[in-house]
Design a binder for this molecule. Structure first.
Ligand code: NAD
Ligand code: UDX
Length: 465
């Protein structure tokens, strides 16, 4: 089946960039990205490309080439569903906050709402592609919902559901989409699988396109994220051993990673993993294991999250203890609020939990991040933020556009992500701004802190014994 018109439901961090790349590489396909969030769509349609709703290196370039040609953003969900031969579901799948499975299971209400719309408004033969990360067997639920339209109205619509999980990482999304390690397609209809393979083979070598059954594709995505997060928790657990014994995490990680069987990637220490995916996907895996009575397996994966939490707590405890056991009325500069460099995304950022702990202890924070807006930080640290387990008692923080200004009268600086600007800091200038004794806590071991020592600044760098 030749695909001429694609509709993607969900114009977020995955839907936006992945459809932009399909539009770029398949000029003969019309790609419509739809969303219920009008503000988000308006920002995708902004003339000023600096105002796009998400920041990804290279994205603005593609948008300027394709938008208005074969790439369109709108809130016209029903109309665009009805025109499409292929519909991607790329909506949010957060952890449930209430009811059965709260705190672990995935909330599928947005996926279900999308399937119901497709069932009602799609025409003829439609391929439905799961792009969101989903619990294993969700394709079965989607197929059942899709089939309802025929039962009720005696239609003769045909739907084939495929699983095509997305492996892009934020901050490198465009490069990951243009040059993926693999594309995974799960399905049980050969013709539908081939239609999707043909789209990707416009720019991806066929040897990199893996086809499996539906359940293997759905599960592989959860397992890939669990393995990546496991490496981060493993290396972070080793930082504590290094600090206790006098070993150095950089030496240990390069010595261990030099073994080809282990590999050097994803062995960088930090304040714990953030981002919208790792935690929720592992919690989902834990939930699925429990559902099937695999309690030992679920306990094993749960430990990845426990270590992540431990690392964040360990770092805040350490900051307080180095600052003579109290940070009440002390000023702390936070460098980096996004969960990683090159993104404006703060979801599950370690900066949120660490900032909240510091605020609870009475510190005043001066926050700097080149990609994150004041409005976003305000939402994340708001005392009425329902998603926080312990909202701050006080909103004693300020936002800075200049990182050096943020260090004026600061007792400490806490570096929380690998933003390029933090790599080579002017410590002479910073030391003059700070109050004595001054401290730098480099939770990523990323900055040129050996320079800082020359200016009488005390340094704590993660995993340096
Ligand atoms: P997101 O929150 O940025 O975007 C989802 C969008 O879907 C939102 O704009 C929301 O308004 C829209 N939406 C929800 N229900 C809708 C409906 N019924 N009709 C129309 N629009 C609707 O989420 P995201 O980060 O793009 O993630 C989407 C999915 O992709 C999730 O399952 C996630 O786990 C997965 N994923 C994310 C990443 C990542 O790096 N963010 C990477 C791989 C996979
Ligand atoms: C992740 C997966 O990498 C991606 O394949 C999937 O599609 C979505 O989830 P993302 O969360 O965007 O992508 O970023 P990633 O680069 O994986 O980083 C996640 C977190 O782990 C960040 O907080 C990052 O700082 C941290 N991390 C990563 C480390 O602390 N050390 C590392 O070595 C790597």
């Amino acid at each position: 089946m030749e695909i001429k018109n694609i509709c993607c439901i969900g114009a977020g961090y995955v839907g936006g960039p992945s459809m932009a790349v399909i539009a770029l590489k398949c000029p003969n396909i019309q790609v419509n990205v739809v969303d219920v969030n009008q503000t988000r769509i308006d920002r995708w349609n902004e003339k000023d490309l600096n105002k796009l709703p998400i920041y990804e290196p290279g994205l603005d370039n593609i948008i300027s080439k394709c938008r208005g040609e074969n790439l369109h953003f709108s809130c016209e969900v029903e109309k665009n569903i009805s025109k499409a031969d292929m519909i991607y579901i790329s909506v949010n799948t957060p952890t449930k906050t209430e009811g059965l499975g709260a705190g672990q299971a995935i909330d599928l209400k947005w996926v279900e709402a999308s399937a119901r719309k497709i069932s009602e408004f799609a025409n003829g033969q439609t391929i439905v592609v799961e792009k969101s990360t989903l619990p294993v067997k969700t394709a079965q639920t989607i197929q059942e919902i899709l089939n309802c339209s025929n039962k009720k109205k005696n239609n003769t619509k045909t739907f084939h559901v495929l699983s095509n999980p997305e492996f892009l990482a934020e901050g490198t999304a465009i490069n990951d989409l243009l040059h993926p390690d693999r594309v995974l397609i799960g399905g049980n209809n050969e013709q539908a699988i081939q239609s999707l393979c043909e789209i990707y083979s416009n720019w991806i070598d066929k040897s990199k396109i893996i086809t499996t059954n539906l359940w293997s594709a759905e599960l592989s995505k959860l397992i890939a994220n669990a393995f990546l997060a496991q490496r981060v928790s493993s290396i972070n657990s080793v930082t504590a051993i290094c600090e206790a014994t006098g070993a150095n995490i950089k030496d240990v990680s390069s010595a261990v990673g030099a073994d080809k069987r282990i590999g050097k990637h994803f062995l960088n220490p930090g304040p714990g993993f953030g981002g919208s995916c790792f935690k929720k996907d592992i919690l989902n895996l834990v939930y699925i294991c429990n559902h099937y009575g695999l309690n030992e397996v679920s306990n094993y994966w749960q430990q990845i999250i426990n270590i992540n939490h431990y690392q964040q707590k360990r770092i805040t405890g350490l900051i307080i203890s180095k600052l003579f056991g109290t940070i009440s009325d002390k000023t702390i500069a936070i460098f980096g609020f996004a969960f990683k460099e090159n993104t404006n995304d703060t979801r599950e950022s370690p900066a949120i939990s660490i900032s909240l702990e510091l605020l609870q202890e009475g510190a005043k924070l001066k926050i700097y991040d080149p990609k994150v807006s004041f409005e976003q930080i305000k939402k994340d640290l708001a005392p009425n933020n329902q998603t926080l387990s312990h909202p701050p008692k006080v909103n004693n923080w300020e936002f800075y556009n200049d990182l050096y200004d943020a260090t004026i009268n600061a007792d400490a600086i806490v570096i929380l992500n690998n933003c390029e600007e933090f790599k080579d800091l002017n410590w002479s200038k910073i030391s003059k701004n700070m109050r004595l004794p001054s401290w730098v806590f480099d939770t990523k071991g990323f900055s040129n802190t050996t320079e800082a020592e020359k200016f009488d600044i005390n340094i704590w760098s993660v995993g340096e014994g």
